[in-house]
Design a protein around this ligand. Structure first.
Ligand SMILES: Nc1ncnc2c1ncn2[C@@H]1O[C@H](COP(=O)(O)OP(=O)(O)OP(=O)(O)O)[C@@H](O)[C@H]1O
Ligand SMILES: [Mg+2]
Length: 275
């Protein structure tokens, strides 16, 4: 179980994340949504300590994540793998090598210096690629793959860390709809089958609603909604995106939000979950 208590991150006087308290049980799939600048990436980066909190406490079971240092901090960062919008692969290395890089922090420095991978590690890498349906690309240079394939390589690399938690910062923002769906389906099946907690920042409401059992809505660094996707009413959406009904763009809400209703939103009830 991951527990954040009054977690804050300031940049100068500005609080990018402001007093956030949430508890995430192991195995949950959580979508974090909010406008640009709401603090989503900052929150995610604090979870794996790419950024340190300025205040508050982050705990994972008995471990106080927010005060880990040295080898213990590296172990934590291995336990919560991160994937990014821009994939962060090494384009000139082949796919399998990119995936094997996920093993680096499981190995001794000496082994890493020698730079050879064992049969077991290679087999594990191929299995991770198979899990993502792209084993046939193993020997191709990563830079030659489509965006959707590259993101799946990044997920396979994350799996090599044998993480307890997968953090994804807008994993589908650079992908076309079909590849976006393939990548989200992959995250969902890893979440279901491996019981790995997934926390992902998403910029469309529909994706969060379709894939995430729980949605956390952020505005100006604070959590303004936290609940099941089917409780995302029009009012809740308005609180998260801070816009009037007419200003809620298609891009954010997609089509299932329906038409502006002339201000009688209280009669709408929960929105239909996406198909
Ligand atoms: N290193 C930094 N120095 C100063 N300000 C920062 C830094 N990182 C983030 N911020 C500010 O903190 C706020 C939250 O940024 P963050 O990147 O977390 O937002 P976000 O919700 O991920 O936005 P987006 O949807 O655009 O990715 C923004 O106002 C941003 O300018
Ligand atoms: Mg961001």
């Amino acid at each position: 179980m991951l527990k954040l208590e009054n977690v804050t991150r300031r940049f100068g006087d500005f609080a990018a994340v402001d007093n956030v308290t949430v508890t995430i049980p192991q195995g949950q799939m959580v979508g974090v949504i909010g406008r640009s600048g709401a603090g989503k990436s900052t929150l995610l980066r604090m979870l794996n300590r790419l950024i340190d909190p300025s205040g508050g406490v982050i705990r994972f079971n008995e471990v106080q994540v927010s005060s880990l240092q040295g080898a213990e901090l590296r172990r934590w960062q291995r336990d919560c793998a991160m994937i990014f919008q821009q994939f962060n692969l090494v384009p000139r290395l082949n796919v399998l090598t990119n995936v094997l890089l996920g093993r680096l922090n499981h190995r001794s420095t000496m082994l890493n210096l020698v730079g050879s991978w064992s049969r077991e590690e290679r087999a594990m890498g191929i299995m991770a690629l198979e899990r993502l349906g792209i084993a046939q690309t193993a020997l191709q240079r990563a830079g030659t793959l489509s965006g959707g394939q590259q993101q799946r390589v990044a997920i396979a690399r994350a799996l090599m860390q044998q993480p307890k938690m997968l953090l994804a910062d807008e994993p589908i923002a650079s992908l076309d709809p079909l590849n976006a769906q393939i990548v989200m389906d992959s995250l969902k099946s890893i979440n279901r089958e491996e019981g790995i907690t997934v926390v992902t920042n998403l910029h469309t409401l529909d994706t969060a609603r379709t894939y995430c059992e729980r949605v956390i809505g952020m505005a100006a660094g604070r959590v303004v909604f936290d609940g099941p996707a089917n409780e995302l009413t029009r009012d809740a959406v308005r609180m998260i995106y801070g816009a009037d009904g007419d200003e809620l763009s298609e891009e954010i809400t997609s089509t299932s939000l329906g038409q502006p209703d002339g201000g009688r939103e209280e009669s709408l009830g929960p929105l239909e979950p996406a198909a």
